[in-house]
Design a protein around this ligand. Sequence first.
Ligand code: HEC
Ligand code: HEC
Length: 341
Amino acid sequence: MIPKCTFQNSFNRWIIAGLFIFIALASCNNSEMPLKQKAGSQEDTTVFIPPDTSTIPHDQFGDMVRYGRELVVNTAHYIGPSGTVGKYLGNKMNCGNCHLDAGTRPFGFNFFSTHARYPQYRGREDAVLNIGERINNCIERPHNGSPLPLGGKEILAMECYMKWLSAGVKTGGHVKGDEALELELPDRAADPEKGAVIFATNCASCHGKNGEGQWKPDSSTYIYPPVWGQFAFQRGSSPSRVLKLAAFIKANMPDKIATWRKPLLTDEQSIDVAAFINDNEIHARPQKKNIDVPDYPDTRFKPIDYDLGPYLDSFSESQHKYGPYKPIIEHHKAHHLAIIY
Ligand code: HEC
Ligand code: HEC
């Protein structure tokens, strides 16, 4: 068990605290272990342990951290279509429906190292974005909404929360568990028909036969969020990519049954069910708003599972979307092209 690094900046000044500081520093050193480790095999059970919410400081910064966390968990309440502070989201999902446990779950689209990695170049926009602009990406894409004002309190609060969460993470660095769970890619293309059976057996009980999810009784948000349909994540958003979604599903779904340490679905099943969810022939979902502005204008940075060409290779849109991915990866390797997914 790795001790949590609960050493925040609000220690009292009593002499006795010196002793605690000494002990806390000693455990902080230990908690850096996962940071220093190279990404190991999936048997390696060491992952980054974010700070505990009880260590959020009781000062103005801490108040913003708490508000930021609250926005991530109860997003629809504050900034949903009938939000109390403004109407920004186009649906009633919460950030935490995808960024699980308020962005603190390993392999659950967490925010472990997010703050440490922004500003960064983003291929989709072909521009350097700051963290606020990246948050707005999710508000515009999966949430199908309009951006929050960049100088506003809500963006700042979420940024404070992410900063607090990434305390101790080296600037620009990654930590164990902040990226996708590695998947063994099958030699065949993903099969939405097989995915349909997996969905009916393992997912429909919560997400609904028609992927519509299940509302809370007051319809303010969801008990189980939708996975396709007019209120689900947009086409062109990160989860609409088969491999991106498959890695999340394998590590986290069915909710409270599968964990990244003990997944329920195999890699192939996760890819098949992600292909079924993201099959645009059978499932409608909101479209990107400014459709004429292409994503990844610099094709070199297009992820291999992005389903709209042009590409730097001659594989079809369908193969990029569903695979088999290995020939694409091999081709990219041979031609020194980036392999992003
Ligand atoms: C439907 C799912 C979904 C919802 C809802 C969602 N996101 Fe995301 N978000 C993603 C995915 C997928 C990624 C890409 C993660 C990756 O590449 O590992 C992402 C990435 C991000 C990133 C960049 C993370 C990083 O470390 O680079 C931020 C910041 C972010 N989201 C914030 C938010 C906020 C704030 C909300 C709520 C307003 C939100 N997201 C809602 C799916 C979602
Ligand atoms: C026991 C109920 C349950 C089952 C079964 C279940 N999920 Fe989920 N799923 C959830 C909940 C709850 C969330 C939101 C998590 C949160 O807010 O903490 C979620 C979130 C998701 C999300 C991200 C949010 C969204 O709606 O886009 C996807 C995708 C997803 N589940 C896919 C699946 C797939 C695929 C399966 C079957 C392999 C599955 N789930 C099985 C309850 C379930």
